[in-house]
Design a protein around this ligand. Structure first.
Ligand SMILES: Cc1ncc(COP(=O)(O)O)c(C=O)c1O
Length: 396
């Protein structure tokens, strides 16, 4: 058996007629730049996320740069960002001349360690970018308290967090809607993924929204009049047409991801040499990525490869050790938790259309690697045997 780490083709085949019709309608009406499809998507996202304003942009990375620019994360100001995240969570500040101030991560949740963040605040610190990684939100109660105490702007990198919710200020809120602004990515592998690059910026602040909207089109709100030096970063109308269809099925997709995660956990949690990230109370998680951590990560990855199983490593090198950030003067050992997690983390196949048999095949391979015999009950017989994937019974 071959198990892909990710594929969009099964989903496409499930919704082919609707997706084709939606894309074809764009070609038929010919309004390729912004327009109705984008507006419909923005409004549907605002409703789904419970936020006042949503603005479609070209990618999650662009959304981060645009928001960093508007929030003033530039020209020497210091901004707290995790060292364990995707590059774009930090490059957005660096490319505007701001100074990324790296923060270590919490080993249990894999999100930013907020005690470490507070210790790194100086007089020049103006902002914080909490990144809601893989499956749960950063503790926004703590982030907002820190922001209030030190007068920081908060830009939530929710690129991976569509659908995640966190209990904040007495109510469940969508990750990304609590700080000054939030950013989502619709990169194809994401929980809500387009068929190309796409992103979204959200905020409850009308003034910020209007500025973001202007920055999206060359700093212009009236054609050929430029109030700011903005960008060209519009959500592509074809992507909006695809995302409008996919948004209808998002809850179903999230449930299927949760079922696969439970399946993995049920079968793998008895392996002493494996660890899973801990989900803290006050979180409604979304399994965008299913990670395991092992001291034998590289050997295990090789084993999975030999078995025809796709995997990914998010992230192999923490940002403070990336060549492009050498000017910040960090060295190995500066952020020990991030460095350890980078050497242990491994993401298993996770997408809604994954089949239970495929999850079983991955689990069998992992159990085999750790030398744990797994047996299967042949239904109706009570007979145990190896090699079929019907039950998840395990013996040591
Ligand atoms: C945490 C995080 N931030 C930012 C991004 C950038 O988003 P995009 O790929 O849409 O530019 C991604 C995803 O790729 C991400 O995972």
């Amino acid at each position: 058996m071959q198990v892909p780490f990710f594929t969009s083709t099964r989903e496409y085949m499930d919704h082919k007629a609707e997706l084709d019709a939606s894309v074809q309608s764009v070609m038929a009406h010919g309004g390729f730049i912004l327009g109705k499809d984008v507006e419909v998507f923005e409004q549907a996202c605002a409703r789904r996320l419970g936020v006042r304003f949503a603005l479609g942009v070209a990618s999650g990375s662009d959304a981060l740069v645009l928001a960093s620019d508007v929030l003033g994360f530039r020209d020497g100001t210091e901004v707290l960002t995790p060292t364990f995240t995707f590059f774009a969570s930090t490059s957005c500040v660096a490319r505007l001349g701001g100074k990324p101030v790296f923060v270590d991560l919490d080993e249990e949740t894999l999100n930013m360690d907020l005690h470490n963040a507070e210790n790194r605040i100086t007089k020049a610190t103006r902002g914080i970018i909490p990144v809601h990684l893989f499956l749960q939100s950063t503790d926004m109660g703590q982030v907002m308290a820190l922001a209030q105490k030190h007068n920081l702007k908060v830009l939530e990198d929710s690129a991976e967090a569509f659908g995640m919710e966190t209990f904040y200020d007495g109510a469940w809120k969508s990750a990304g809607t609590i700080g000054d602004a939030g950013v989502y990515s619709f990169f194809p592998t994401k929980t809500l993924g387009g068929y190309g690059d796409a992103g979204l910026l959200v905020t409850n602040n009308e003034e910020l929204y209007l500025k973001f909207k202007s920055y999206r089109v060359h700093g212009s709100s009236v054609r050929y009049q430029h109030d700011y030096i903005g960008y060209n970063s519009r959500l592509d109308t074809m992507q909006a047409a695809i995302l409008n269809v996919k948004l209808k099925y998002i809850d179903q997709a999230i449930v299927r991801r949760a079922e696969h995660a439970k399946h993995y956990r049920d079968r793998l949690s008895s392996i002493p040499a494996l660890r899973f990230p801990t989900i803290l109370p006050g979180n409604r998680e979304v399994n965008y990525v299913f990670n395991i951590l092992s001291e034998r990560r590289d050997e295990l990855a090789e084993h999975l490869k030999n078995k025809g199983i796709g995997y990914s490593i998010y992230y192999p090198i923490p940002l403070h050790l990336q060549k492009c950030f050498a000017y910040l003067g960090h060295k190995p050992g500066d952020f020990p938790v991030a460095e350890k997690v980078c050497s242990q983390i491994l993401a298993l196949p996770m997408f809604p259309e994954l089949l239970p048999d495929e999850v079983d095949y991955v689990c069998d391979a992992i159990l085999e690697f750790f030398g744990i015999a797994h047996f299967h009950v042949i239904p109706g017989t009570g007979i145990t045997g190896a090699g079929c994937s019907i039950s998840s019974g395990m013996v040591r």
